[in-house]
Design a protein around this ligand. Structure first.
Ligand code: ZN
Length: 202
């Protein structure tokens, strides 16, 4: 009798461990592709000049921008509405990402575009290593998603954004660009289908 009882306890322990592992790994596999992503940044010659690491954050999407080859000083940074970086002028990226139909400019009372970000400062060697937040944006689904509907792009300009002038803050030429989108073949298949998980994300 004692032997049978002990066996039962062991089986139960194994079951509990197995279920815990299952829950933990399922969580990681489904959330990772949707909440973090690193994109490559290219200059007007089409050379890769750095990266931008994007990560879901309680306030929006956090961007860790690391690029080199800029002129020292301030430069505008914006999310644009199309995930297409065709050099040299990057006009293919379209206008600033503006899903809420506002005006341009972080200093504009009628602003701002969702894609308007603070200027970054390149050091004397032309490098930028800064953290920014795209307020109210998401890497998951929704109106403010950076990756839904084909994606968006991150563009650095030659001059700083004055925070006011329509429609792009008088920030000069587009000199660096990186596409923000789902990787090929990964598009919608990875969307979590487990309803319990969606509840946890809120
Ligand atoms: Zn704007």
């Amino acid at each position: 009798m004692a032997r049978v009882f002990a066996k039962g306890v062991i089986y139960m322990r194994i079951m509990i461990v197995a279920i815990s592992i299952c829950l933990l790994t399922a969580c990681q596999f489904t959330e990772q592709p949707k909440t973090a992503k690193t994109i490559d940044m290219y200059n007007q010659e089409g050379d890769m000049v750095g990266t931008a690491k994007l990560a879901e954050d309680p306030n929006g999407v956090k961007v860790t921008l690391k690029v080199e080859g800029l002129t020292p000083g301030y430069h505008g940074v914006h999310v644009h509405e199309i995930a297409e970086c065709v050099h040299p002028d990057f006009k293919s990226a379209g206008n600033h990402f503006n899903p809420e139909q506002k005006e341009h400019g972080l200093l504009n009372p009628k602003g701002s575009h969702l894609g308007d970000l603070p200027n970054v400062e390149a050091d004397l060697s032309g490098k930028v290593d800064e953290e920014l937040t795209i307020d109210d944006a998401t890497l998951m689904e929704g109106k403010n998603s950076l990756t839904d509907s084909g994606g968006t792009s991150l563009v650095i300009s030659s001059d700083p954004d004055d925070g006011m002038t329509q429609i792009s803050g008088n920030s000069g030429e587009r000199i660096m660009c990186g596409e923000i989108k789902e990787e090929e073949g990964q598009a919608d298949e990875e969307t979590p289908t487990d309803p319990t998980e969606k509840r946890e994300e809120k």
